[in-house]
Design a protein around this ligand. Structure first.
Ligand SMILES: Cc1cc2nc3c(=O)[nH]c(=O)nc-3n(C[C@H](O)[C@H](O)[C@H](O)COP(=O)(O)O)c2cc1C
Length: 193
């Protein structure tokens, strides 16, 4: 095999969610994000529909997106549950993140492929993106809060059957690379012979 399996498995295990609050000042380059997105494009795809679509936000557009997400949070949260700190967190996330990528699923017309398959294909593309990020030492955070809101659907200019599947925050972590935690894989596997 031409690949170094030890390194590949280590990369998979070491990929980590890093919350934007833990991003430092170092900025991710556009070329790095491009390789992450190019790798995302090589995800498996049932029927070759390639349903993943990515909308990249940075600078002014990122500030704008975060204020939209903050407003959606305010609008959709009851007075008892509403937390001002959570509302204000979005503006800080805009400052801290190099990029935020809206992950979308394109639903093709007259397709035989199920929506579930299309969603799974997009999820695998996100994993590709996150693995390449980790190889650079870049942290990612996949956030799914507020994705089902009509206001977000419109903000992203999605067509009726398309879906937003989350926002990926991208940035270099400040300090130590976080440690991961998983239960034993063997307990999740049933062998049949
Ligand atoms: C589809 C999906 C959606 C997620 N959405 C959120 C989210 O809305 N908020 C959050 O704090 N973490 C979210 N996460 C990230 C998980 O919290 C994170 O993967 C988990 O804590 C394990 O950490 P690790 O990614 O470093 O292994 C999401 C992860 C996935 C796969």
């Amino acid at each position: 095999m031409k690949y170094n399996l030890t390194e590949i498995v280590e990369l998979i295990k070491e990929r980590r969610t890093v919350y934007p609050e833990n991003f430092g000042p170092r900025k991710v380059h556009k070329e790095q994000l491009e390789l992450m997105l190019e790798s995302a494009n090589w995800a498996p795809t049932h029927g070759h529909t390639e349903p993943w679509r990515f909308k990249v936000f940075s600078d002014h557009a990122l500030t704008n997106l975060m204020s939209e997400l903050a407003e959606v949070y305010k609008e959709s949260t009851s007075a008892e549950k509403y937390m001002e700190s959570k509302y204000l967190r979005y503006a800080k996330r805009a400052e801290k993140s190099s990029f935020v990528v809206a992950v979308c699923m394109k639903r093709h017309d007259q397709t035989k492929i199920s929506e579930l398959d299309e969603i799974m294909a997009v999820a695998t593309s996100v994993q590709n993106l996150m693995l390449v990020a980790s190889a650079y030492g870049i942290g990612t955070f996949w956030s799914t809060g507020s994705i089902g809101h009509e206001r977000i659907h419109q903000y992203l200019h999605l067509e009726e059957k398309d879906r937003c599947l989350g926002f990926i925050y991208v940035g270099y972590p400040e300090g130590e690379w976080p440690k991961g935690k998983r239960n034993i894989w063997l307990n999740k596997v049933e062998w049949n012979q």
